[in-house]
Design a protein around this ligand. Structure first.
Ligand code: PMP
Length: 391
């Protein structure tokens, strides 16, 4: 038979299909709550001022496009580590970090590292989660098991169910944790619950892999990373996949980093060599432009302050919309306590279809909405049209 005809047909990406439907909709008050990008009140995803300024500087000053190494731009990683981990922890010799193509690249690189170090490890992922989590680890050859995480009846974390499921994990297994701003539910573990999860991992010898893709978009730069820092403090070994694609608005430029904490400085050195070798065989080196922008912003105090102010405005918009939703309907009250770009509405796929056809409101079949896709000016209308479907 023909070479490729034995392949099974892949399902189309549901969110991309939704975008196409949205673009064909001519209703002026249509709302795109699908794809997870920040939007302003006009529905645009603008380039941040600080990013534009950094790009201007790069255009003037960059004098070569010669290759960097497989680890990307070491200064980008260094300054990002200062921002994320703090200068002290950034110097911990048990930690090693390299630049990656986005958070996705960081997760995949970490998955490949784990597959080499412990091929029979199972990776545990809470449900629901970002749909790419399980495929990333499976493609790296690891087994994946799902555990309960979200209780839809309370719109909150179900910690008991989570730990009951994770009791089936064996020492050396990996637990994927959203560092902040859970996608798609927006729920967060309290500091006490997070401490219980960390203790659980540490007593059972589980390896946490933190995915931090929305740093600064929840409660602020410091608060959003505090749980991750507590985890790195308590655990001998851990991985951290970081994305700059949301908090710097650099989505298509693919900016991220992977940090790995080894048991000793010697293991970190060993890990670093493997990360470089794995990166070389997957993408040789990460794309430079977006990381160079982030480096410029983080090294120039005027740009850095402006970026922080812009990030605060984005966060303020999201949390303002959350508070407004929560105040308008009792079934939406939990959204006010949740954080990040997403919330999971208690609606069925049939409800989702009706909202799309009758009112031009576009969201994923799961009921996940991108909060930033809402408009302050039309939030009353949105809740009125959603209301009949809410419990
Ligand atoms: N993790 C989560 C939870 C995400 O939502 C995303 C982006 N949708 C990523 C990782 C990957 O981000 P990036 O675009 O930087 O690859």
């Amino acid at each position: 038979g023909a070479l490729f005809d034995g392949l099974t047909r892949q399902p189309a990406d549901p969110l991309l299909g939704l975008t196409a439907l949205f673009e064909a909709d001519r209703r002026p008050d249509r709302l795109d709550l699908g794809v997870g990008v920040f939007r302003d009140e006009q529905g645009a995803t603008p380039i941040m001022r600080s990013v534009k300024a950094a790009e201007g500087r790069l255009l003037e000053r960059q004098d070569t496009k010669a290759y960097l190494g497989t680890e990307g731009d070491p200064l980008f990683v260094r300054y990002l580590a200062d921002l994320v981990l703090g200068p002290e922890r950034a110097d911990d010799p048990r930690l090693t970090g390299i630049q990656t193509p986005g958070g996705t690249g960081a997760l995949r690189l970490g998955a490949e590292l784990l597959a080499g170090a412990r091929p029979d490890a199972t990776v545990w992922i809470g449900t629901p989660t970002w749909p790419n989590h399980a495929p990333i680890f499976r493609q790296a050859g690891l087994s994946v098991r799902m555990h309960r995480f979200f209780d839809p009846s309370r719109s909150d974390v179900d910690l008991d169910a989570m730990l009951a499921d994770l009791a089936n994990a064996r020492p050396g297994d990996v637990v994927v944790l959203h560092g902040c701003c859970h996608n798609p539910t927006g729920v967060t573990l309290t500091a006490a619950q997070w401490a219980l999860v960390v203790r659980f991992c540490s007593t059972r010898g589980l390896v946490p892999f933190v995915d931090l893709a929305y740093h600064g978009l929840g409660d602020g730069l410091e608060a959003d990373v505090a749980p991750t820092l507590a985890l790195l403090e308590a655990m001998p070994e851990a991985l951290l996949a970081y994305s700059c694609d949301k908090n710097f608005g650099l989505y298509r430029d693919r900016v991220g980093a992977l940090w790995v904490q080894g048991a000793t400085p010697g293991s970190a050195t060993l890990v670093r060599g493997h990360l470089q070798a794995l990166a070389r065989s997957m993408w040789s080196m990460p794309p430079d432009h977006g990381a160079a922008i982030v480096r410029e912003i983080l090294t120039e105090s005027v740009l850095k302050e402006d970026w922080k102010a812009e990030l605060e405005t984005m966060r303020g918009r999201i949390n303002g919309l959350r508070a407004a939703l929560a105040a308008l309907h009792p079934a939406l009250a939990p959204i006010g306590r949740q954080r990040g770009m997403f919330a999971l509405l208690p609606v069925t796929p049939a409800n989702v279809a009706a909202l799309r056809v009758d009112h031009g409101i576009y969201m994923a079949d799961s009921g996940r909405i991108n909060i930033a896709g809402l408009r302050t000016a039309s939030i009353d209308r949105f809740v009125k049209q959603l209301g009949p479907f809410l419990p």
